[in-house]
Design a protein around this ligand. Structure first.
Ligand code: ADP
Ligand code: MG
Length: 282
């Protein structure tokens, strides 16, 4: 059956900072400087609820820094942002997560030495907002723990990692680690998930399944914002693309429109990027 859902972007202007019909994130005048370097200088940004938005741009464009600012892992020098109409400014990363916006993290050394299931349990921590130790001493702990384990099993099954639950996270392949990062983030039942380069280091055999998972999240009503280098992936799954260069948003639009944009191509070429990035490959 053809997809009859009306396109929420049908009336959205293809220009930097364009207003969306139902934004979940709204940011204004966000500036982040590191010494003399202005890493982020975003005049206005909106992300549409229930859509998949890709944030692209050459290396050093400020994408990760912008992500860190939105998720409370870094503080801006200026600007304001809201998530679901809640002010994000000065909200801690834990409170941002509790409010329903989570981001994936690369597995660190410490997490590598924990099992897949232990990693999943850690992902649930934000959910109730309780301190882990207090929680463990509570009479409700064992009930809560059972719920967390059951929820983790459902997610691990979905991400085809259930038979690895007792393995060290460090023993997983690159692609499986990406799946675990995503599964772990979902333990807090977020309404929005932020993915920084979800396809990096993933072999072709697993990229399809990762793409399906991201589209699946959207179908469940989760809003997705992701940073990605691979334009083929961006083209396949994003509803809307926002392009950053030198800290600023320089273009927005649907994937095909953005990739045909000369300013966008120039920004990449100026960065000695792969010139074949923008060619259609089917
Ligand atoms: P992207 O994710 O688009 O590749 P980043 O946000 O990582 O870009 O970086 C944007 C710019 O800010 C780069 O020039 C980078 O070197 C600089 N930068 C990022 N984080 C820091 C930091 N903690 N200290 C100093 N400079 C930083
Ligand atoms: Mg980055």
């Amino acid at each position: 059956m053809p997809d009859m859902t009306p396109n929420p972007f049908a009336d959205v202007d293809s220009k930097p900072g364009s207003a969306k019909p139902d934004p979940i994130i709204v940011a204004d005048g966000i500036v982040r400087q590191f010494g003399g370097l202005t890493a982020v200088d975003v005049k206005h940004f909106e992300a549409q609820r229930h859509a998949i938005t890709a944030l692209i741009g050459p290396n050093g464009a400020g994408k990760s820094t912008f992500f860190n600012l939105l998720t409370g892992f870094d503080s801006a020098n200026a600007g304001t942002a809201t998530f679901n109409d809640m002010k994000l400014d000065s909200m801690s990363s834990a409170n941002v997560a509790r409010a329903g916006m989570v981001r994936t993290f690369q597995l660190t050394k410490a997490l590598n030495r924990m099992s897949v299931m232990e990693n999943m349990r850690l992902g649930a921590q934000h959910q109730s907002g309780e301190n882990m130790l207090t929680a463990m001493l509570s009479p409700l702990w064992s009930k809560r723990e059972k719920e967390v384990t059951a929820q983790a099993e459902v997610l691990l099954e979905r991400f085809k990692l259930l038979d690895k639950q007792d393995d060290y996270a460090g023993s997983l392949s690159g692609g499986q680690r990406k799946l675990l990062e995503m599964a772990r983030a979902l333990m807090s039942k977020p309404s929005m998930i932020m993915l920084d380069e979800p396809m990096a280091g993933v072999n072709p055999a697993l990229t399809e399944s990762l793409l399906d998972h991201i589209v699946g999240l959207k179908e469940e009503g989760v809003t997705v914002l992701f940073v990605e280098h691979d334009m083929h992936m961006v083209r396949r799954i994003s509803d809307w693309v926002v392009v950053m260069s030198e800290g600023k948003i320089i273009a927005e639009g649907d994937p095909h429109e953005v990739m045909a944009n000369q300013d966008v191509q120039d920004a990449y070429l100026g960065n000695h990027h792969d010139t074949d990035l923008f060619e259609e490959r089917e």
